[in-house]
Write a protein that binds this ligand. Structure first.
Ligand SMILES: *Cc1c(COP(=O)(O)O)cnc(C)c1O
Length: 498
C-alpha cells in the first residue's frame, strides 16, 4: 500500500511513512485509499485473539511487512498486558460498554501503539535499507514519554531520550519516567512548560546542523509522536476487536451499528475509529469528548478551528491540547482529499491560529461526529455517580468521556424518543490508579498529598486490583534527576549518544 501526504504530492511506502514520521512538505502521511474489510472477513475475525485481529488489520496497510513476523511482534507486545487480553470489553449495563485500553506496562492507552512501534520502526528501517542507529526524541506532557520509554527500552539499534516540562507533569507521571530502566534510555526535565519542551525538540528536528552532528556519530533522528502512522495504525485494530467481542458475546448481531465515545486530545484515538469506519466497520456516531479545553467542540459546532484561546490545566492533562495535530487527517478526507486546500488551512492555522471549513464539510462532519465537553465539575460528578451506580471506577479522562456520552444519549432520546439507540462503547484510556489523587477526590471528596496513599485508599474503596507496574514504582530508585534549560537540550542529546 502507498501513502500520500495530506499537503502535497509525496508518495511513500508504509515503512517510509513510519520511518520518516512526517512528510517533507510538513503534511501527515495517509493511506492512498482505505483497505476494505468485508463482512466475511469480520466473521473470520470473530474466532481470533487480539494479536491475530491486530495483525489482520495492520497487514492491510503494511503489506510489505511479513505477516507472520508481524503477528509474532504483536503477540510479544501484547503479552506484556495484564489479564491476558490487551483490549477487553466490559459490559456495564445493556447497551453500555467500556473498552479498557489501560492494561499495558504504563497503564494508559498509549501502550496499545507504543509497544508495537519499536518493531514497526526497526523493521521499517530494514525495509528501507537504513543502516544507521536510530535516536528517538520525545517531548511529553506525561503519558507518551513513559509509554515510549517502556516500548523502546533495550530495543536493538535504537536510543530514546525523553524531555518533560519540570512543572508540567503529574507526580505519578514523573515518578514513572524517572525510575525508567533500560540501557538505551535517558530522561531529562526541561525548565518551562510543555510548549517550551516541545519547541526545543522541534528545533532539533528542524536543524540541519543538529542532524549532521548526529549523522557524524551514526545516528538518524526519528520521533514517536502521535502523528506517526505507526502510532495510528495499531489503534484502528481495537475498534474492530471491540465490535467482534460484541458480536461473539451476542450483544449485537453482525452488521448492527455501534457508537463509540472517545476522550480526545490530539485527535489520534478517535481518528483511528473513523479509519475503522472507512474500512467498513459498522459504526454509527463517533462521540468526540473534550475537557475544558474545548476547541474541538467549537470546531464541530461551527466549522471554525480557533486555537487562540486560554489554555486550562485540568485533571485530565493528556487532553489539555489546543492544536490537535491529527485533525489534519480528518479535514483532508472531508475536503475530498484536497491537498492544496489542506495545506492552505494548515498555513492559516500556523499564521493566524485559525481556519474554517465549508458548509458542506461541516454538514458531513456533523453527520459522522457528535462533539461535547465536560468541565471539571461534570467530570468529578460523573466519576462519583458512575461508581455509586455501577461500582465501576473510572480515571479522569474516561470520566470526561462518560459524561459526554451520557449527555449525548440523553439528547438523542429526547430528540427521537421512538428510535432505539445503537449500543455505546466508551473508550477507557487510563487506569484510575494512574491519577490517584484526582480519582480519590472524585470518589470521596478527600484530598491526599501522596500518590501511593491515594492508590491505597482507592483500592480499599473499590477493590479494583492495583496494576503491578504502578505498585512496583514505589520501591524503584530514581535514576534521572537532571533539569536543563531549553538552550542546553541538544548538548544533552550529544552527551547521551557519546
Ligand atoms: C493521550 C491520551 C488521551 C488523548 O488521546 P488522543 O489520541 O491524543 O486524542 C486521552 N486519555 C489519555 C489517558 C491519554 O493518555
Amino acid at each position: 500500500m502507498q501513502f500520500i501526504s495530506t499537503r502535497g504530492q509525496e508518495t511513500v511506502t508504509g515503512a517510509q511513512a513510519i520511518v520518516n514520521g512526517i512528510a517533507r512538505d510538513g503534511g501527515l502521511f495517509v493511506p492512498s485509499s482505505f483497505p476494505a474489510v468485508s463482512r466475511a472477513e469480520l466473521e473470520e475475525m470473530l474466532g481470533m485473539d487480539y494479536p491475530e485481529r491486530a495483525a489482520f488489520i495492520l497487514h492491510k496497510y503494511l503489506d510489505e511487512y511479513d505477516k507472520d513476523e508481524l503477528l509474532s511482534a504483536l503477540k510479544k507486545a501484547y503479552s506484556q498486558f495484564e489479564g491476558g487480553d490487551a483490549a477487553p470489553l466490559v459490559r456495564v449495563e445493556n447497551g453500555m460498554y467500556m473498552l479498557e485500553l489501560f492494561h499495558g506496562p504504563t497503564c494508559a492507552f498509549k501502550d496499545m501503539a507504543l509497544t508495537v512501534l519499536p518493531y514497526l520502526l526497526r523493521k521499517g528501517c530494514d525495509l528501507c535499507g537504513i543502516r544507521e542507529n536510530i535516536l528517538i526524541l520525545v517531548a511529553t506532557s506525561g503519558d507518551t514519554g513513559k509509554a515510549a520509554l517502556e516500548g523502546f527500552k533495550d530495543a536493538p539499534g535504537i536510543k530514546i531520550m525523553v524531555f518533560y516540562p519540570d512543572d508540567g507533569v503529574s507526580k505519578m507521571q514523573k515518578l514513572q519516567m524517572c525510575t525508567q530502566e533500560g540501557g538505551n534510555v535517558n530522561v531529562v526535565a526541561v525548565k518551562g512548560n510543555f510548549d517550551d519542551c516541545q519547541t526545543g525538540v522541534k528545533k532539533i528536528f528542524g536543524s540541519e546542523d543538529c542532524k549532521k552532528k548526529l549523522a557524524d556519530k551514526g545516528y538518524l533522528l526519528s520521533s514517536a509522536n502521535s502523528i506517526n502512522f505507526g502510532r495510528l495504525a495499531p489503534q484502528i485494530c481495537y475498534y474492530f476487536s471491540a465490535y467482534c467481542d460484541l458480536v461473539s458475546s451476542d450483544q449485537i448481531k453482525m452488521g448492527d451499528k455501534v457508537n463509540f465515545t472517545v476522550p480526545t486530545g490530539n485527535f489520534g484515538n478517535i481518528l483511528a475509529a473513523y479509519y475503522a469506519k472507512k474500512m467498513g466497520l459498522p459504526v454509527g456516531t463517533l462521540v468526540c469528548a473534550s475537557n475544558k479545553n474545548n476547541v474541538l467542540t467549537d470546531f464541530f459546532a461551527r466549522g471554525t478551528y480557533d486555537a487562540k484561546r486560554p489554555f486550562y490545566k485540568t485533571m485530565s492533562p493528556s487532553m489539555d491540547i489546543l492544536v490537535s495535530s491529527n485533525l489534519e487527517r480528518l479535514i483532508f478526507e472531508l475536503s475530498g482529499r484536497n491537498a492544496a486546500l489542506t495545506a492552505e488551512r494548515m498555513a492559516s492555522l500556523s499564521s493566524t491560529g485559525r481556519y474554517s471549513v465549508r458548509a458542506e464539510e461541516l454538514k458531513q462532519m456533523q453527520a459522522e461526529f457528535y462533539a461535547g465537553y465536560a468541565g471539571e465539575g461534570d467530570t468529578v460528578d460523573c466519576i462519583y455517580e458512575f461508581f455509586e451506580e455501577y461500582g465501576y471506577p473510572m480515571d479522569t479522562h474516561t470520566g470526561v468521556a462518560m459524561s459526554v456520552a451520557q449527555r449525548y444519549e440523553e439528547k438523542m432520546k429526547k430528540d427521537n424518543p421512538k428510535e432505539e439507540l445503537p449500543p455505546m462503547v466508551v473508550v477507557s484510556t487510563a487506569s484510575p490508579y494512574k491519577f490517584p489523587q484526582d480519582v480519590l477526590y472524585a470518589l470521596t471528596g478527600n484530598d491526599v498529598k501522596d500518590s501511593f496513599k491515594g492508590i491505597k485508599r482507592i483500592n480499599l474503596l473499590t477493590a479494583m486490583k492495583v496494576p503491578e507496574p504502578l505498585k512496583a514504582i514505589r520501591y524503584k530508585p530514581i535514576l534521572f534527576k537532571q533539569t536543563v534549560t531549553t538552550e542546553k537540550m541538544f548538548d544533552e542529546v550529544l552527551k547521551f549518544i557519546g
